[in-house]
Design a protein around this ligand. Structure first.
Ligand SMILES: *Cc1c(COP(=O)(O)O)cnc(C)c1O
Length: 344
């Protein structure tokens, strides 16, 4: 039985081309800035995001943490969406290691924040208050089902933050998915923000790594913090080589993942009892609910070789990725249909 793994796009394995690039990579000591492959990846990332500089990091979590560390001081307050990855899944690093207060503003279902809410959350000058110094956005939005923030929205909300003296960090773990969905260059989606992080190891299929991008000053501050966090890697060109292939060769194919996500959502919508809105699926994430009469859906369908991520209650997440073909989506839907028939 073929395993169809729809838990996450992080399960994607490196391509043969990546492995060859890793084998052949020219390397040096990156802590001394002597790794030509890391240097090339960082230049490429900066160019793609339209920023002055970039820094290779161990993970998206580290890039977001560096976004906080580079732009705030302990005791500051940062504003994040109530559904933000930075709030839910990054172990509270911003507070623990950055010493900042995290203030939340409700995310709407499209991954955005109401500008009026953000404006209200920004602290006035007052002896009692922490200082608001950073607004954090997320594109695409993970917990909001891969929702996309447009360039126009990003500009509007960033201008508001800047007017009040805040900097803006964009968690762009899946910004290439957003760019493909909107048919714009990623740099357009990052143009209005001060710093942006993106992942190589999700839909782009590299084995490891993320990039943190911003001004030269922000990136140099982040470089020092990265060293303190133990993230100064030596011959990191070995993994950076796969990242270069990811950016140069793996972006356009994300459209296939988006088509498969749509296919999956449309198929689920036809199975009695499933709750899903295919019209809301704009990238590679599908959030849905399974029928009340099917208990332990994720476990049971897992036993039939289709893996999903349980989100609590009857909510489930699927993330089509390079390891899953259009035929596999059809096969997964058939297995789900069969399971539901047997349950009723
Ligand atoms: C995956 C993800 C991250 C973190 O990436 P890791 O490399 O797993 O640390 C950050 N933000 C969002 C929106 C993500 O989906």
């Amino acid at each position: 039985m073929k395993i169809i793994d729809l838990r996450s796009d992080t399960i994607t394995l490196p391509t043969d081309e990546m492995r060859r690039a890793m084998y052949e990579a020219e390397v040096g000591d990156d802590v001394h800035r002597e790794d030509p492959t890391v240097n090339r990846l960082e230049e490429l990332a900066a160019e793609v995001m339209g920023k002055e500089a970039a820094l290779f990091t161990a993970s998206g979590t580290m890039s977001n943490l560096l976004g906080v560390l580079a732009s705030t001081r302990p005791g500051d307050e940062i504003i994040v969406g109530s559904e933000a990855h930075m709030l839910w899944y990054e172990v509270g690093g911003a507070s623990t290691l950055g010493g900042v207060v995290i203030r939340t503003v409700p995310n709407d279902e499209d991954g955005g924040l109401d500008p009026a809410d953000v404006e209200k959350a920004i602290r006035a000058e007052n002896i009692h208050f922490p200082k608001s110094t950073l607004l954090c956005l997320e594109n695409t939005h993970n917990r909001c089902g891969g929702a996309v923030l447009t360039r126009e929205y990003t500009e509007e909300i960033s201008a508001l933050a800047h007017r009040h003296g805040l900097l803006v960090h964009l968690d762009g773990a899946r910004i290439f998915n957003a760019a493909i969905a909107l048919n714009v260059a990623p740099r357009e989606l990052a143009a209005a923000v001060d710093t942006v992080g993106f992942c190589l190891s999700k839909g782009l299929s590299a084995p490891v790594g993320s990039l943190f991008c911003g001004t030269k000053e922000a990136v140099e501050r982040a470089r020092k913090w990265r060293k303190m966090l133990g993230g100064g890697m030596r011959q990191a060109g070995i993994i950076a080589a796969a990242g270069i292939v990811a950016i140069e060769k793996m972006v356009d194919r994300l459209a296939e993942d988006h088509a498969n996500a749509k296919r999956l959502a449309e198929g689920l919508a036809r199975i009695p009892g499933f709750s899903v809105n295919p019209g809301k699926v704009s990238t590679n994430i599908v959030n849905f609910e399974f029928p009340a009469n099917v208990s332990d859906f994720v476990v049971k369908i897992g036993e039939r070789g289709v893996k999903f991520l349980a989100r609590g209650g009857r909510s489930v997440r699927a993330v089509p990725n390079r390891m899953v073909s259009a035929e596999d989506i059809g096969e997964a839907l058939e297995r789900i249909n069969q399971l539901v028939k047997e349950a009723s």
